[in-house]
Design a protein around this ligand. Sequence first.
Ligand SMILES: Cc1cc2nc3c(=O)[nH]c(=O)nc-3n(C[C@H](O)[C@H](O)[C@H](O)COP(=O)(O)OP(=O)(O)OC[C@H]3O[C@@H](n4cnc5c(N)ncnc54)[C@H](O)[C@@H]3O)c2cc1C
Length: 403
Amino acid sequence: MSELESFRAEVRAWLECNCPMSMRTPLTAEQVVWGGRHESFINPEARLWLERMVERGWTVPRWPKQYGGAGLDAAHEQVLREELDRIDARPPLIAFPLWMLGPALLEFANEEQKRFHLPRIARGEIRWCQGYSEPGAGSDLAAVQTRAEDRGDHYLVNGSKIWTSYADKSDWMFCLVRTDPSVRKQEGIGFLLIDMQSPGISVAPIRLISGASPFCQVFLADVKVPKHQLVGRPNQGWSIAKRLLEYERKWFSELDQSRIGHIVGVGGASVALPALAKEYLGETAGRIADEAIRAELIAHDIDEMALQATLLRIDERARASGVDDGSMASVFKYYGARLYKERHELMMKIMGTRALGWQDEPFTATELDITRHWLRSKGNSIEGGTSEIQLNIIAKRLLELPD
Ligand SMILES: Cc1cc2nc3c(=O)[nH]c(=O)nc-3n(C[C@H](O)[C@H](O)[C@H](O)COP(=O)(O)OP(=O)(O)OC[C@H]3O[C@@H](n4cnc5c(N)ncnc54)[C@H](O)[C@@H]3O)c2cc1C
């Protein structure tokens, strides 16, 4: 038996003993474990499942052991994923720092910061939010004005962040701040880690048309942030911010197939379109009755498979070369967002006015859910950098077209 085969056997046996049966059932939105100081674990077995996976370092299998990972290589991680999928195991933790902030810290943080923050991220102890956008800095992110003044042993931070998802539920925020207003805007930015309980921080929720909104505006008034919470050099923040955005953009394009895609009722990704079409449009001889919709669903399916195959191919190339330059992240983000929105438009076509649910009217819970997520899907081509900005990046960096 090869080493990889015996690892598979070991993983399979371990999962058999350690993955609780309720953690092998479809994950509902209410039962997602986002982590953080206020995580309530509606299902107590979810806590047990997380603790067991943490013990093995399998919430972040590729990270080095000293930072809470298992130090696995790509091939072993793939085996682990396959074995988890084989028993339909729920992700023990869904927290974007696992895929975005953590990798950026691994690359840019000092040893002390890594030892402090990475294991806490791996264990899901801290919930993070992303303090990038400001009222005057969205697509032009380098224009951030939130100011961090050097006051000896700390920075004094003043300003405001907007569209900060789940800031009201977060324990810490990673934040772009202006450390030097006198130089070119990209050169005067710092990357600060801020405890949301620091005096001077206030959070105001923002309401959205869908009726359910994670958005907040964060106000920072004379917030003292210890100097050791700056990642990298004082003016290195822009490089860190861009690298983190590459992780974020790649992550978005994988949503459908991986982690979040498995959650029942999240993003509509879990809705099987052919079954939905048969339910609302009827069927003839086992096939969707409406030929035009049938053709559109097939085309959409092929596009989704093509995206996933391309993601796998680029991942394998990066693993083989040992270099993940992130240059394809914008392509994946752009195309992933397009497909995700298309998926929701298809649901609209299939369901007609039944997909335009209104609370307190006679709509089913699923119909209301689909309406909410159709509205939410509009944000996919905005969050993490708009589609227009991705096209600009592709034109400049990948195609090397002139300005
Ligand atoms: C669901 C969601 C979650 C989010 N979560 C967070 C979060 O947690 N933290 C955070 O910091 N931010 C978050 N954001 C904010 C997001 O990053 C910004 O909305 C985004 O970067 C766009 O900035 P803006 O809204 O200021 O739009 P603007 O930058 O004002 O853009 C307006 C329009 O102009 C276009 N445009 C702008 N510049 C150019 C250009 N050079 N070329 C071509 N077109 C251009 C844009 O594409 C867009 O269509 C979130 C947004 C959404 C929708």
